[in-house]
Design a protein around this ligand. Sequence first.
Ligand code: ADP
Ligand code: MG
Length: 280
Amino acid sequence: MSFELSQIGLVHANGQRALRAITLSVTGGERIAIIGPSGAGKTSLLRILATSIRPSEGRVSVLQSNPWQLSGHELKRLRARIGVVHQFPPIPPRQRAITAVLAGRLGQWPWWKSALSLIYPADIAGPREQLARLDLADRLFERCDRLSGGQLQRIGVARVLYQRPDLLLADEPVSAMDPALADLTVNQLHSEAATRGVTLVASLHAVDVALRWFPRVIGLRAGEIVFDLPAVKVSDGVLRDLYASETGILPTQDNQPLTVLPAEEAAVNGLKVVVPPRVI
Ligand SMILES: Nc1ncnc2c1ncn2[C@@H]1O[C@H](COP(=O)(O)OP(=O)(O)O)[C@@H](O)[C@H]1O
Ligand SMILES: [Mg+2]
């Protein structure tokens, strides 16, 4: 079991309720997309799984432990096994790409190796290999404040690939990328999860990316799970309900209309169809 949430509720410090009665079981090796409108609670849910916030109600188990019953030392060890891709990676502005990627293993290294790696990279081949997977090999020594939003997001992904965690969490990891780079990046997260048999949970703004890459899709709205379905069962009606979209426009990576109608029908209507991913 990768994680188990039972009747989770979350009220933020300012009194804002973000999640309500979330119950979710995920076994090892699943690939899950969380979709839903802005403010639905996607980031809050991922932060609970990342053990960075404690839920106000309910029980949480991540990688077979209850994070909130662990000692400080044990919690640190658990967190080193969880990889998080942030929507806006918190990278110090003048840090170089290589250092940002090396940071993926700081939680696993003894303190002296971590400290030394800030002065001189403890490993060069490893970060280069991960950056190459994201088409950033030539940016190894680039300062992060000279990179675009989409490049920074890929640095965040390279960091988590370098970390080799037992649970991969990604919060809108491709929101600043064009469709081709988004596909490349999700493909790499996907193949990492598949090769190592670890669970991948990603919140995604773009419905087409979610349906194309993730076998299980969870719809979140106003802090509640409104559906939890195999991607092939996610119908146009279900999506329209989720986004309460009267106009029928669903968010996609390239802002083009999306339909989940059968291919022939969609072609007639001149709409884009969700196609299965290429073989990795
Ligand atoms: N740190 C916070 N403090 C107070 N309220 C928050 C905080 N983070 C999120 N919220 C609120 O919780 C709800 C869910 O937000 P969030 O989890 O960020 O949703 P999403 O990622 O789906 O856009 C929203 O109403 C948001 O305003
Ligand atoms: Mg969010």
